[in-house]
Design a protein around this ligand. Structure first.
Ligand SMILES: *Cc1c(COP(=O)(O)O)cnc(C)c1O
Length: 384
């Protein structure tokens, strides 16, 4: 079976991890700060806080922005559940904005409509989690304009988008947002095994997130409520978590970062071959946006009306031909847990229509030409 995504681990990556294993520090050594700095250098953000997953990064980002009970967090339904769950972790209420039918990212017209209605009801969101779906940057300029007009904060869920370019600037420079979040799960642009990072240009948010990721324990006398009792002394000044990344994981991420540009180029090449091969088929393909480079995390095709088989039939036919296709995502508001909050079928029609017809094809740096041709042949046979 050709998988839909797969990591690429080199001998250099293995050597980097082995070096840490032979060193004095498996965690809380020098590798984590070095990795944070390297990601900052790549993205152009001022601060990076490395954690043990993208989900943890979303959680501390929400906490640092002060998300609490009675606040609202909004995101889109076509995302991984973690983009919404981070709001629930903070006791806040979660709501969704439908996606755009072409980009599959947040529909900024729908966002504006929903903001107008929310303002009238006094229910404006505190945080919008903007997902760069499949690696394509969302319309950050428009979102940033709306955030200033309506006073909400913006977290970029850039878990698909490390290595993407938005209007000639790297995603993660957080120019249009408060915090950007990355995941280093093996299917993402680069991997640590498990891992994540929150990056920001705001000193105060960075300090808060760093504390939250490590129990809110400090050795900084300036943050204590009295003089330290001695050199051993520390204080817990708020409720935090152990979300730390280990040096073993950071070493893998640091080494992988050296190949990030090469990975993105290969993903882009895979996507371009699909674009050409499927031009004449009844499929909606990922859009291209001027001055913007997708990280090509997923290559999604949406079946058009003319396709004879339905999505389940196409899915089963392709799987039977050894193509490890997948579906991203089941709309979050249709998950049983979210139905418990009163969401129902029909709430976000564009997302639901997309879900009914979407398939993710294998797209990763080490996909060979032969494998890709197998995928193309199988799709061309099935989608008629
Ligand atoms: C992968 C992913 C996450 C969560 O990242 P983990 O590192 O798996 O916790 C969050 N949001 C999106 C959009 C993702 O794809």
């Amino acid at each position: 079976m050709i998988p839909y995504g797969r990591q690429s681990v080199s001998q250099d990556d293995i050597d980097a991890v082995v070096d840490v294993l032979k060193s004095d520090y498996l965690t809380q050594g020098g590798m984590v700060p070095a990795f944070e700095q390297a990601v900052c250098q790549y993205t152009g953000a001022a601060h990076g806080v490395a954690v043990n997953s993208g989900t943890s990064a979303l959680h501390i980002a929400c906490l640092a922005l002060g998300l609490k009970e009675h606040d609202y967090l909004w995101t889109t339904p076509i995302t991984f559940v973690a983009s919404a769950n981070c709001g629930l972790y903070c006791g806040a209420r979660v709501d969704f904005v439908d996606i755009n039918k072409d980009s599959w990212n947040i529909d900024t017209d729908e966002l504006e409509k929903k903001l107008v209605a929310a303002e009238a009801e006094g229910k404006l969101p505190k945080i919008l989690v903007v997902v760069h779906f499949a690696g394509l940057p969302a319309d950050l300029k428009e979102i940033s304009r709306l955030s200033r007009q309506y006073g909400f904060r913006v977290i970029e869920d850039a878990c698909h988008a490390l290595g993407a370019i938005y209007q000639e600037q790297p995603v993660g420079n957080s120019h249009y947002s408060d915090i950007s979040v990355f995941s280093f799960h093996p299917v993402k642009s680069i991997t640590c095994g498990e891992g994540g990072m929150a990056v920001t240009n705001d000193d105060d948010l960075a300090n808060k997130m760093r504390l939250l990721a490590s129990h809110c324990i400090t050795r900084d006398a300036g943050l204590m409520n009295k003089e330290p009792e001695g050199d051993w002394y520390y204080q817990q000044i708020d409720l935090g978590y152990n979300y730390r990344l280990s040096d073993i994981h950071a070493a893998l991420g640091m080494s992988q970062l050296n190949r990030l540009d090469e990975f993105i180029q290969k993903r882009e090449a895979v996507a371009s071959v699909y674009d050409k091969a499927f031009e004449e088929l009844p499929l909606q393909l990922p859009v291209r946006v001027e001055n913007t480079q997708s990280a090509c995390h997923l290559y999604v095709v949406v079946l058009e009306d003319e396709v004879r088989l339905n999505r389940k039939q196409v899915f089963d036919e392709l799987r039977a031909r050894g193509i490890g296709i997948n579906v991203h995502y089941i709309p979050v508001h249709l998950q049983p847990y979210y139905q418990g909050y009163g969401f129902k079928k029909g709430d976000f029609p564009v997302a639901e229509a997309y879900y009914g017809r979407a398939i993710s094809l294998p797209c990763f740096p080490m996909l060979t030409d032969v494998e890709q041709q197998q995928v193309i042949n199988a799709v061309s046979e099935v989608v008629v």
